[in-house]
Structures are given as C-alpha cells and as structure tokens.
Write a new protein. Structure first.
Length: 347
C-alpha cells in the first residue's frame, strides 16, 4: 500500500468533480479559505459575484477540466476564491478552491495547474486581490523544483525535540506514557463541551491558569512559547492548515509530517503535518487557538516551553499536561485536584 495518492486517481477525481457540477446553472464566487476567520460571520457567506450565463459557466468548467496535477505540487497557501456550483433547484453541486488565477486545490493533497486563467473580470472588480500573498512564492518555488525549506526555528526544533523527547513523536495522544503526564478537564464534572460563553470562559480560564503556572517555571520574562499546529492529508506532502488555525498562528512554518493512522475506507494512510512558530504566551492568537481546539475545530495543538522542558496539549475537553518534572506534575495535580478526571485521579 503506497502512502501517496495515485496520480491516475487524482485525474479521475478531477473528472468526477467536473462531471458532478456539469449541470450547474449558477456559479457563485466567494472569498476562499484565506479569508476565513473563526467564528465565521454571515458576511463571509455572501458571494462576491454570481454568474448565471450558460456560456460563461461552460467556459469555466472547460478550464477546470484542464487541471493538471502531474507536477505533484502542494503549495503552502490557502484558497483565495471559492467557486461554488448550483443547479436550478438551488442544490449545491460542488466547489473548487482557487489558489491563484491558474492554480486550484480540490483533489486529495494535489494542487493542479489550469491551462488558462479564469474569472479575470471577477477578480478585477474586487477592492483588493483575493489571493493568499504566500501563494505566488510557494507556486514559483514548487514549479522551479525548489524545496520549501523550513524556517530556522523549525530546523532547530527537530534536534531539540529529539533531545528532550527521545524516541517519541510530537503527536499529543502518543505522549501519554510519559511519567510526567497529568490530565485536567475543562469543565466541572468532566463535561466535554461548553454550552455558552460563560462555560467557554471557564474553559479558557483553566487553560490560562495552567499555562501561566508552567510558564512561571521557565523564568522567561517575555513568556515565549513554541506553538505547534497541524493539518492532515492522505499524502506525506504537507498541505496548509485550516483557515481558522492559520489565522490564529499565521507565522507558523512547516516542521515535519508523521504517518499517524490507516484510513481503511480509502486504503491509504493519514498523515499529520506539523507547523511551528514561537510567540508570546500573551499573543491573542494563543487564546484564539485554544477556542478553536475547545470547539473541536482542530487537534494535535501543542504549546511548549522555549527549551521544550514542559509541554501542554489542549484537546476538546481539557488538556494533557507534561511539566518539567514528576514533582511539578504532582504539585499541579494537588493544586487543581478538582480539575482531574471525575472517575479517577487523572494521573
């Protein structure tokens, strides 16, 4: 079984997508994932253009049908425009994300080159360019065959991780055998999800409290932390993180990809692609990321000390915490005994 998607399958999926929207009578153009925030607003769902001319729709479909994934390019950017196709009865038929005037993303982890540009008039009518500013550089590098090298902090992190966490992968649920592990739940009686803003504030308060206590042990006045976020695909080639996560931690650079599980339905592997940035614990993006995690919109987020001596892994329901020493774990568990599992000690 190959972990990489098959190129013939990618082409088949392109044909299936075009066939699936071939009966479209209306094309709605919306700002794509590069413009999405969390939580989303109604304004984000409003189209920037609506096309109902059959000839124009046919031309667009013809260009999409020309999409060529043979370069096996994966650009580290998000879609600037979303092409949403509808039938006469308003049934949604399908969607294609455009990364740039000639690059689309829609099929597995592939990005694909179009034979010509589309929707030039729509783009020209917008107040500002819709494309993710990282798209052109990423696409140019990919076309030239260049490797998109990780940032220096990501290169440093690989060695530091192996030193601090030898023999372990930076996947949150695989770390629980560590002797320093303690789990805190987000809400009383181990309730998993908040029902309102009051309960969400309790979730964030517990996250902030433990993170502040961990940061205090590092003695860093600027309260720097290493933040790891993730995306997933069926290929070892990394794909961009979801739009809300990218908006929360926008400076993250690709670090590594880990094969994490087998998808039996599609007879392929699922890969987790990790991205890293160093920010202040007081950065608003950290709290935004915690909100996204609490709402089960992402997973495998990690927050670590600058020297990786402690690790905090929030999840939708609490956090797996790894203080620097077992003694610090015991101290935290005693201070926050009410936050441990309702059914056991949480240790």
């Amino acid at each position: 079984m190959s972990p990489e998607p098959d190129l013939d399958d990618a082409r088949w999926q392109i044909r299936e997508t075009v066939d699936g929207v071939a009966g479209a009578t209306r094309l709605e153009i919306r700002l794509g994932e590069a413009h999405r925030r969390y939580p989303s607003s109604d304004a984000e769902d409003e189209p920037v253009a609506v096309i109902d001319d059959p000839t124009t729709i046919a031309e667009v479909l013809g260009v999409i049908a020309s999409a060529d994934p043979s370069l096996r390019v994966v650009a580290h950017s998000l879609g600037g425009l979303s092409l949403d196709f509808f039938a006469d009865d308003d049934d949604f038929l399908g969607s294609v994300q455009m990364l740039s005037p000639r690059w689309v993303r829609s099929w597995w982890s592939y990005d694909a080159l179009l034979s010509s540009t589309v929707l030039d008039s729509v783009v020209a009518s917008l107040e500002s360019p819709p494309w993710d500013p990282r798209a052109d550089a990423a696409i140019d590098a990919a076309l030239s065959g260049a490797v998109l090298a990780p940032a220096s902090q990501a290169s440093w992190l690989a060695g530091a991780w192996d030193s601090r966490w030898p023999g372990q992968e930076p996947i949150s649920y695989r770390l629980r055998s560590d002797a320093r592990w303690v789990r805190f739940h987000s809400l009383p009686q181990s309730k998993r999800y908040p029902d309102d803003e009051h309960e969400l504030e309790e979730v964030l308060t517990r996250h902030r409290t433990v993170l502040d206590e961990l940061a205090a042990t590092a003695g860093d006045e600027d309260r720097h932390v290493v933040v790891v976020t993730a995306s997933w695909s069926a290929s070892s080639q990394p794909i961009p993180r979801s739009a809300p996560v990218a908006a929360a931690i926008p400076g993250a650079q690709y670090w590594m990809s880990v094969r994490t599980e087998e998808d039996s339905a599609f007879r392929t592997w699922v890969w987790t692609h990790l991205y890293v940035d160093v920010v202040s614990l007081d950065d608003p993006g950290v709290e935004q990321l915690l909100r996204i995690v609490a709402d089960d919109q992402t997973a495998n987020a990690l927050i670590l000390a600058p020297d990786l001596s402690w690790l905090y892994a929030p999840y939708d329901g609490g956090a797996d915490v790894y203080p620097a020493t077992p003694e610090q774990r015991d101290e935290l568990a005693a201070i926050h005994a009410d936050w441990l599992s309702a059914t056991d000690s949480g240790l």
